[in-house]
Design a protein around this ligand. Structure first.
Ligand SMILES: NC(=O)c1ccc[n+]([C@@H]2O[C@H](COP(=O)([O-])OP(=O)(O)OC[C@H]3O[C@@H](n4cnc5c(N)ncnc54)[C@H](OP(=O)(O)O)[C@@H]3O)[C@@H](O)[C@H]2O)c1
Length: 245
């Protein structure tokens, strides 16, 4: 049985992840973690304010919150035996550095986007970058709900980096961000070369789209050796079929 600690009390992601863990065979929700707990929570799990207060390690910590919370969890994780699944966006260079240091002792899966469709899109970017000639370029349109804290989105940056890493000269990718409405997330790749142009749009219409890969990542870090892993490690292309719950 994998014990899971879900960070966040009222957040949209934290609520659906906690509910999903509770409903998943082989997992148990050990507790919720919030540094600013208030009011009752919809499930029976206890609420704590730091990892060191969680009873009976080891466990897997799932953190889709805000960079302040994620930095605190990473700092605690240096001393608490646990695996980590991190989806928070807006992390800065210092947070990433801390994550790399903690990963020397803990298994961590971190991904800018846990949707299966986006994983396929990112593989497509790699193939496009490798197969096209120098005259081709890429742009990314990033559309998220009004009030999202970070811009450009971590996913847009990730797609741009995938392209740049595979192109000679690390050519720039234009990223255009809009924060409007109440949709979940949308990324459009625009790419063109001599005589050709293509567009690929990926929309998340329901946050439950993230859950299959989050649950797979929980199972993965529960068994994995220390290290920093991506969703590619959790769901390699020949096995990209997480159990649906
Ligand atoms: N990687 C992915 O696939 C993926 C998918 C969806 C979302 N995300 C990211 O996940 C994060 C949460 O998204 P959401 O839609 O759930 O957002 P949300 O509904 O606004 O919830 C924000 C969460 O962050 C916590 N929080 C906010 N400010 C905090 C602070 N100063 N100190 C400690 N905790 C704080 C809240 O904790 P309390 O509830 O305890 O107050 C809450 O659980 C965002 O960074 C989002 O971009 C990533």
């Amino acid at each position: 049985m994998t014990a899971v600690v879900v960070c966040g009390q009222h957040g949209r992601m934290s609520r659906i992840i906690a509910n999903s863990v509770e409903a998943t065979h082989g997992m148990t929700l050990r507790c919720r973690l919030s540094r600013r707990a208030s009011g009752p929570i919809p499930n029976e799990a206890a609420i704590v304010d730091s990892l060191s207060s969680v009873p009976d390690p080891p466990f897997v910590v799932v953190d889709f919150t805000a960079r302040e919370q994620t930095a605190a969890v990473l700092s605690d994780a240096a001393d608490v035996p646990c695996g980590l699944v991190i989806g928070t966006s807006g992390l800065d260079e210092r947070d990433r550095q801390m994550m790399a240091e903690v990963a020397q002792r803990r298994a961590i899966v971190a991904a800018p986007n846990f949707s299966i469709g986006l994983l396929a899109v990112s593989r497509f970017v790699t193939e496009l970058a490798e197969q096209t000639t120098e005259g081709w370029s890429l742009g990314v349109l990033d559309v998220h709900y009004a009030g999202k804290r970070d811009r450009p989105s971590a996913t847009a940056q990730f797609l741009a980096e995938r392209w740049q890493q595979r192109r000679h000269g690390g050519e720039a990718v234009d990223v255009c961000s809009y924060r409007m409405g109440n949709g979940v997330s949308e990324h459009t790749l625009l790419s063109a070369g001599p005589g050709e142009r293509l567009e690929v749009t990926h929309q998340v219409l329901d946050r439950r789209a993230f859950l299959p890969a989050v649950l797979s990542a929980i199972r993965f870090v529960d068994q994995a050796a220390p290290g920093l892993y991506s969703l590619e490690d959790v769901l390699p292309s020949h096995a990209c079929r997480p159990e649906l719950t």
